[in-house]
Design a protein around this ligand. Sequence first.
Ligand SMILES: NC(=O)c1ccc[n+]([C@@H]2O[C@H](COP(=O)([O-])OP(=O)(O)OC[C@H]3O[C@@H](n4cnc5c(N)ncnc54)[C@H](OP(=O)(O)O)[C@@H]3O)[C@@H](O)[C@H]2O)c1
Length: 339
Amino acid sequence: MGKKIEQQLIPRRRLYSGEEIPCMGLGTFGSDKYGAQAVSEAVYGAIKYGYRLIDCASVYQNEKEIGKVLKQIFEEKEMKRQDLFITSKVWNDMHGRVLESCQKSLEDLGLEYLDLYFIHWPFPNYHAPGCSGDSRNPDSKPFSIEEFMKTWRQCEELVDKGLVRYIGMSNMTIPKLEAVLPLCRIKPAALEMELHPSFQQPELFAYAVQHGIQPIGFCPLGSPSRPERDRTQGDVADMQLPAVAAAARAHQVHPAVICLKWAVQRGQIPIPFSVKEPQYISNLKSVTEDPLTEEEMEAIRLEDKNCRLVKGQVFLWEGAKGWEDLWDEQTENNGKADI
Ligand SMILES: NC(=O)c1ccc[n+]([C@@H]2O[C@H](COP(=O)([O-])OP(=O)(O)OC[C@H]3O[C@@H](n4cnc5c(N)ncnc54)[C@H](OP(=O)(O)O)[C@@H]3O)[C@@H](O)[C@H]2O)c1
């Protein structure tokens, strides 16, 4: 294994409370390709190397195995619970039973508290893990402010009970945030959102920052191993974008490293996934040395293609016109989405 990275070399981001957290984390969604054992071994190796933020979720079906390696890490006494920042998420089928879902994640992860707990999707629409892209659940419903706030209230109670330190939202849009933020007793500390060079979501990113909500970027490398249901014709391969490839040549690194440098210098917290030691090592190392120039940052900014990869079509409800409805986007076919 490569040399451990010193924590002081890893830039940090400040949450609304003033607390600082690492500028990069490790994703743990195996994309229906990597099993729980492989992912948990990567979590172990990554923490040993210097990762401190681990992005978990009950739907990734590996929290139990991750819990085993966390236990091992604490037993080795190199690190304490408070040295790590562990997230998890309530899945769509548990919106009415958030406490139960959180307790299950805590039990599986072997923890007494989570640092950050997300509502994974703002809909209670369930699909089975590993389903195909055209699978639909007849019980699916459009976004409802009332329903969402019922789930958020349960998240707020988790904070009151000391089970989680912060709560966050994921897969949101500006119209949805505008509707729910004024109703929150405890504000979201972070917004987990898809962010990579071909999908920069500049308006939502700026909105989050202006509201003191830290953007956490998923699919930061363009998710080259994503499941079939998240692949469509016309998807852009981020690591092949001309500005990314040019910077990779100039810095003599893999294009993945460029995507991550760009993400961190922009201010989001990327959570790249990898079970491969050389990959997760070079991913974290990327933030400690040789930053991109202003010109390279600008060239990558201009590569935005509004290319959403995780469209979420499996969560659509009857009567929805297309996946854009999930994102309050206007298209020729769906008219103006109202929430
Ligand atoms: N909140 C949400 O709704 C949501 C949605 C999606 C994802 N997430 C989170 O975000 C995390 C990251 O997203 P993701 O896993 O979809 O995509 P990603 O991090 O963009 O892509 C991961 C893949 O990139 C490749 N890779 C990683 N490091 C590399 C390197 N240094 N060089 C070359 N290739 C490299 C690996 O492919 P190979 O394995 O083929 O080598 C790896 O499987 C997830 O694990 C999950 O924690 C959250």
